[in-house]
Ligand binder design. Structure first.
Ligand code: S3P
Length: 169
């Protein structure tokens, strides 16, 4: 039985890398945000708007427990997932956890390219986003660093190559 959990900050490429890993290993792939959206019939943004961040974190935790019971899967978590409740300890107890590590500059670059809606960044200017990422990443690294494995995804070149090969799958 294999269960691999990908964690890391927004824009670190969790979904891209997770999907490629699942394909190469013959495992099923799930993105926790997408799972939440399909189970709740609402977008992550709607859940933040309606229930606040605390309400979203509760739903996220409950559905993480539901999803992480499946076997032979790769799951990409949301950027905040490991940082709430006992989620990181829970994940480490029953899976191989992988942290995709990148600098604030690289993450900011990836997020500028991304088209998805991230409630935590929506109300901020580009300068504010840069400061926010640096501050929040340093807070969250305490949790991320508990992963069993760390993968450096700073090289844009590697990131782009993974992305292109995943798009062909
Ligand atoms: C969040 C990251 C998002 C999503 C939500 C909150 C965070 O997922 O779960 O917007 O707290 O970092 P991605 O990391 O997949 O963007």
């Amino acid at each position: 039985m294999q269960r691999i959990i990908i964690i890391g900050y927004m824009g670190s490429g969790k979904t891209t890398v997770g999907r490629a890993l699942a394909h190469n290993l013959g495992l099923s792939f799930y993105d926790l945000d997408w799972y939440i959206e399909s189970r709740m019939h609402k977008t992550v943004k709607q859940l933040f708007d309606e229930k606040g961040e605390a309400g979203f974190r509760l739903i996220e935790r409950n559905l993480l427990h539901e999803l992480a019971e499946f076997e032979n899967i790769v799951i990409s978590c949301g950027g905040g997932t490991p940082c709430f409740f006992d989620n990181m300890a829970y994940l480490n107890a029953q899976s191989d956890t992988v942290y995709l590590k990148a600098t604030p500059d690289v993450l900011h670059g990836h997020l500028k390219m991304g088209k998805t809606v991230r409630p935590l960044l929506l109300d901020k200017t580009e300068d504010e986003v840069q400061t926010f990422i640096s501050r929040q990443l340093s807070e969250r690294e305490t949790y991320y660093n508990k992963a069993k494995y760390t993968l450096d995804v700073n090289l844009m070149d590697n990131y782009e190559k993974i992305k292109i090969s995943v798009q062909k799958l």
